[in-house]
Write a protein that binds this ligand. Structure first.
Ligand SMILES: NC(=O)c1ccc[n+]([C@@H]2O[C@H](COP(=O)([O-])OP(=O)(O)OC[C@H]3O[C@@H](n4cnc5c(N)ncnc54)[C@H](O)[C@@H]3O)[C@@H](O)[C@H]2O)c1
Length: 335
């Protein structure tokens, strides 16, 4: 039985509490939040669990085996560092930290202390993303041309980080998983409207080798909730709409074909192929439950998880380059 300590019980923390409490291999042994109001809410979920406003009381190896950090982004590094220094397995919500140096330091600390460092890259436990990965890796879509992604909603509005650091991590780690390469460079533009220091909307382009690119549009200042990713291959195209309850992935047998021959340069150069549209069956399971289970399995086996510190660091490197570009009005920045 792995004893879990949850740090941060705001909007997302209670979902982690529910999953770790319900899995047979774990038990939530303690919850910490700076807000007494949020601790009162945690008390309703777990009437017999140790609750505290002092993180030092929770980060006690006699009380817990693993710390799960679900606090605002700017606090991730310091809290994860404390947990790892006390020899605790550590699960950190995305993004792992706010600089590559911090991310590397956490990876080194986990290695030194022989514990698991895990990052909450939730969508890598989502059946639709796994299906997209299959479509790319088996060659069903053909060579990848580009990916475009939109993650939009009205709120939640953060003050500690901008929409790029809060929302784009999801799109970045999904795209890195699909393309299996690190981008060579990025451009990023955005608008800070509600608070002149915090961008509410950002538009990011990732450039990869072999003439591939990905675009990401994120905003918390948008009338409706959109979670949409389009993957365009040379043979087929796919759309992943996470707002669809069941038919999340549609595969379009559509492409542009060059005619076999033309008599002169000025003649029509391309033709369109319109084939069937299909919708693959996806297993219905809660991605957060699978994510928590994978963390527990890694703790028991000692094997590196799918979403380890390195996976978290890869995302931070892209975000850091994008931040530099954002503050240089969208100029190209190497990753
Ligand atoms: N994986 C996902 O899909 C997903 C979804 C939402 C949020 N998140 C992540 O979860 C984290 C929390 O997001 P949220 O929406 O729940 O934020 P939130 O602001 O609603 O909750 C954060 C909580 O942490 C508490 N807190 C702050 N500093 C603390 C500290 N030093 N010690 C103890 N408690 C502290 C606050 O009082 C608050 O209750 C963020 O990192 C966010 O990126 C992930």
């Amino acid at each position: 039985m792995t004893r879990i300590g949850i740090i941060g019980s705001g909007y997302w923390g209670p979902n982690l509490i529910r999953n770790f409490q319900n899995l047979p291999e774990s038990q939530v042994a303690a919850v910490c939040d700076l807000s007494s109001r949020r601790l009162n809410h945690a008390r309703e979920l777990l009437p017999d669990t140790f609750l505290t406003e002092d993180v030092n009381e929770l980060l006690n190896p006699e009380l817990i085996d693993a710390a799960v950090i679900s606090t605002p982004t700017k606090t991730h590094y310091a809290l994860a560092k404390q947990a790892l220094e006390r020899g605790l397995h550590t699960f950190v919500e995305k993004p792992l930290a706010t600089s590559a140096n911090q991310g590397q330091e956490l990876i080194d600390l986990a290695e030194k202390n022989g514990v698991i460092l895990f990052v909450g890259h939730l969508f890598l436990y989502n059946a639709a993303v796994n299906k997209l990965k299959d479509l790319v890796s088996t060659g069903e879509l053909g060579n990848l041309c580009y990916i475009s992604s939109s993650r939009l909603n009205l709120g939640p509005i953060r003050q500690d980080v901008n929409a790029l650091w809060d929302l784009a991590p999801h799109d970045i780690y999904i795209i890195l998983e699909l393309i299996s390469e690190t981008p060579v460079g990025v451009n990023c533009q955005g608008l800070a409207y509600l608070n002149s220091k915090v961008h509410d909307v950002c538009s990011l382009t990732l450039h990869f080798e072999h003439r591939r690119m990905a675009t990401i549009h994120v905003s918390w200042l948008n009338p409706n909730k959109t979670r949409l990713m389009t993957v365009v291959g040379e043979k087929k195209m796919a759309i992943y709409d996470d707002m669809e309850p069941l038919e999340k992935i549609k595969i379009y047998d559509k492409r542009i074909e060059a005619p076999r021959y033309t008599d002169s340069f000025g003649e029509f150069q391309f033709s369109f192929r319109y084939g069937d549209t299909s919708c693959p069956w996806l297993e219905q399971s809660e991605p957060l439950k699978l994510e928590c289970q994978h963390f527990l399995d890694s703790v028991v086996s000692g094997e590196q998880p799918k979403t380890d510190g390195k996976n978290g660091l890869d995302v931070i490197k892209v975000l850091s380059a994008a931040s530099t570009s954002l503050h240089e009005q969208g100029g190209y920045v190497q990753v």
